[in-house]
Ligand binder design. Structure first.
Ligand code: G4F
Length: 298
């Protein structure tokens, strides 16, 4: 049985046959009950307070969920069935103020936000349970991964949805933060395949998952607006409100180990990814305008 622990927001686009079970990374007993009810063989922990700016507003909540939540889940596995294979969603945000480039599994962490610090804890507690209890527990150090299902607060989707809204006459401009920040962006579908591969190996290990290409936010805006026949310079406005107290300026991953050991490589390139997201948002906004749930400005 495929089961997803519903720790808050119910996804609108769940695959048929997936059963949602209520639970919370703050509530140990709910995790134990979910593992017992599903007789899970593999657990993928993608649960987190995952929006970096929110982690400065709610650093303690972020630590409770994104850091200690991992220990609660590992403890629940140890109690119910220590043979369960565990995947922890570690993050390139742990590299923060990067100590070398590109970043590999051996690059030291220097997180730049309460979120990054919490993820570093989650990463090391996973390593520690593997070494302390001989559990099959692995971390995927995933660089930014995006798709049309991305939340609207993250930069790629904010831009692609903004493009669709501007094209439909629903808004006139797009207010953004630091356009010079650079990220290594890949397609979430490719990255989920890597997560699954990690749990099918003979021995547990940690892997960087990335494309190895880095692009500035500005270039992402350029591609997204031009897909809809517009020039981003006519619509994008920088606003101090969206700058962060401490920025991660640039991230580039080296997924050489994943390529060698897992046979993994990404199939969607950067431009293909942004175009896919713009096309999906244009279709979705059109549909909402037609059914009256969104109306153009007079
Ligand atoms: O899309 P973002 O909010 O993603 P961020 O902070 O890199 O984190 C994402 O990827 C991580 C993997 O490395 C995950 F662990 C994490 O959970 C999340 O999924 O911002 C990307 C960059 C930043 O440098 C930000 O300053 O875009 C810059 N940016 C510029 N203007 C903006 C904006 N980000 C957002 N969200 N909104 C803006 O208006």
């Amino acid at each position: 049985m495929k089961a997803a622990l519903n720790t808050g927001i119910t996804g609108q686009l769940l695959e048929k046959g997936v059963k949602l079970i209520s639970g919370d990374l703050i509530d140990e007993n709910s995790l134990i009950r979910a593992l017992e009810a599903t007789e899970a063989e593999e657990v993928y922990n993608l649960g987190a307070q995952s929006f970096v700016p929110a982690s400065w507003d709610q650093p303690i909540l972020t630590g409770e969920i994104t850091a200690l939540g991992v220990t609660r889940l590992l403890e629940a596995i140890r109690i119910v069935n220590p043979k369960i294979r565990f995947y922890q969603a570690s993050s390139s945000e742990m590299f923060g103020k990067v100590q070398e480039s590109p970043q590999t599994e051996k690059t030291p962490f220097y997180p730049r936000s309460p979120y990054g610090v919490a993820k570093a804890y989650g990463h090391w507690i996973t390593v520690n349970y593997r070494e302390s209890y001989d559990m099959f527990a692995v971390s995927g150090i995933l660089f930014n991964h995006e798709s049309p299902r991305r939340g609207l607060e993250f930069v790629t989707r904010k831009v692609t949805h903004g493009v669709a809204c501007i094209k439909a006459g629903l808004q006139k401009e797009l207010r953004m933060g630091n356009l010079e920040a650079k990220r290594d962006w890949g397609f979430a579908g490719d990255y989920v395949r890597a997560m699954w591969l990690m749990l099918q190996q003979k021995t547990p290990d940690d892997f960087v998952i990335a494309t190895g290409e880095t692009h500035p936010v500005r270039e992402m805006c350029e591609i997204a607006f031009s897909r809809a026949g517009m020039d981003y310079k006519d619509y994008v406005v920088q606003d101090k409100k969206f700058f962060r107290p401490a920025e991660v300026h640039t991230l580039t991953g080296d997924a050489g180990k994943a390529r060698r050991v897992l046979g993994w490589k990404p199939e969607v390139d950067f431009k293909g990814l942004i175009n896919m997201m713009v096309d999906a948002d244009i279709d979705e906004v059109d549909r909402q305008v037609k059914n009256g749930s969104l109306s153009p400005r007079k």
